[in-house]
Design a protein around this ligand. Structure first.
Ligand code: ATP
Ligand code: FE
Length: 340
């Protein structure tokens, strides 16, 4: 079974081909236009998707060594995401489904991030998670602890009450004068910094929920006070600030997911979403799990941020269940309306 997957929820246009669960190709066109603006500009994103989608799909088919005639179903991201961006992928998928007379399969972007752990790679054997497992889903728009009982039986057991972890990285990076998205830059700077140099307040939130807006505010006020004394404070402490900030965010994330694992008696933890590319988080999750004799699932880098491989694999599992969508399907922007 050969599935074409399409992802266009935010600022990356991506297409992938998966055959019987194994990845044949995954092509991503990232949009550079947004870094000048300090964030993703929806109108610019939709326009770039519109320009990129045909070449990206062509390239994914070519790299996979298939033609559009070999595709058994087309899977696309229905949401959550930016409506204008989603519309490009949804419309293309419908057109493809009609033209090639193949089933159309909607995919929840967040389920896609989680199920990215099931993509089989050509050059590496991965140990797929066993059900049930806990997934820490940390991205630009979401921060959740998900109890994954089966492919399509997922329950959110904790989530952020304000900002997402990726947002916390990006907003704090912005305060430091770094371009968007700041998360990867903080990660890079951290490698040369002292994570214990500065202490930032950690939120005290009950249960398995998260909060990051307080950290962002305290980071901002801390810098403002220091800059009043020394205008070069940020420049002189860049790496230590990044490392200390990253250590704080990672600690907040890891302590909650460990707490949830104990509560639900689960010994298998996966991380997914853009922030799961973070080296501090990857190391901390691996260390916590090995200390406790639990299994950690750390994704390949290309599967952390938005990609169509995760959409295609989710589409593949839906295909096996004959879970198809009708042609009048519309995208959904908000995750609250989509669930998991
Ligand atoms: P969502 O999936 O919630 O709709 P999204 O698709 O925009 O949001 P992703 O592409 O999954 O989000 O992740 C992007 C986020 O990941 C950004 O906030 C970015 O800063 C962050 N990020 C990427 N790499 C790193 C890294 N190495 N360290 C920290 N954050 C990172
Ligand atoms: Fe995403």
């Amino acid at each position: 079974i050969t599935i074409l997957g399409i992802e266009s929820s935010c600022d990356d246009t991506s297409a992938a081909v998966i055959r019987d669960g194994a990845l044949l190709s995954n092509v991503i066109a990232s949009q550079a236009v947004h870094s000048d603006w300090g964030g993703v500009i929806p109108e610019l994103a939709s326009r770039a998707h519109s320009q990129n989608i045909v070449p990206v799909i062509d390239s994914a088919l070519k790299k996979a060594g298939v033609t559009s005639d070999d595709i058994d179903a087309v899977a696309f991201t229905r949401g959550p995401g930016l409506l204008g961006s989603l519309l490009v992928g949804v419309s293309f998928a419908k057109g493809f489904s009609i033209a090639k007379n193949v089933p159309l399969i909607e995919v929840n972007h967040l389920q896609g991030h989680i199920l990215s752990h099931f993509v089989e790679l050509p050059d590496k054997t991965i140990e797929k998670p066993n059900f049930p497992f806990l997934c820490l889903l940390v991205s630009g728009g979401h921060t959740q602890i998900v109890l994954v009982r089966d492919y399509f039986d997922m329950e959110i057991v904790g989530s952020t009450i304000d900002d997402a972890a990726g947002e916390a990285f990006d907003k704090c990076a912005k305060v430091m004068g770094l371009p968007y998205p700041g998360g990867p830059l903080i990660d890079k700077l951290s490698k040369e910094g002292n994570p214990k140099k500065f202490k930032f307040a950690k939120p005290n939130i009950a249960g398995f929920d998260f909060s990051f807006s307080g950290l962002k505010t305290s980071f901002l006020y801390f810098l403002r006070d220091e800059i009043a004394d020394n205008p070069n404070f940020i420049e002189e402490n860049k790496a230590d600030l990044a490392a200390s900030l990253q250590a704080t965010i990672v600690d907040i994330l890891v302590s909650k997911v460990v707490k949830a694992a104990k509560e639900y008696d689960i010994e298998e933890i996966a991380i997914a979403g853009g922030v799961s590319a973070n080296s501090g988080l990857r190391e901390a999750i691996a260390a916590e799990c090995s200390k406790r004799g639990w299994r950690a699932h750390i994704p390949e880098f290309f599967l952390t941020t938005d990609n169509a491989a995760m959409i295609a694999i989710t589409g593949y599992f839906k295909y096996l269940r004959e879970d198809f969508s009708s042609l009048d399907i519309a995208p959904i922007a908000r995750s609250a309306e989509m669930g998991l």
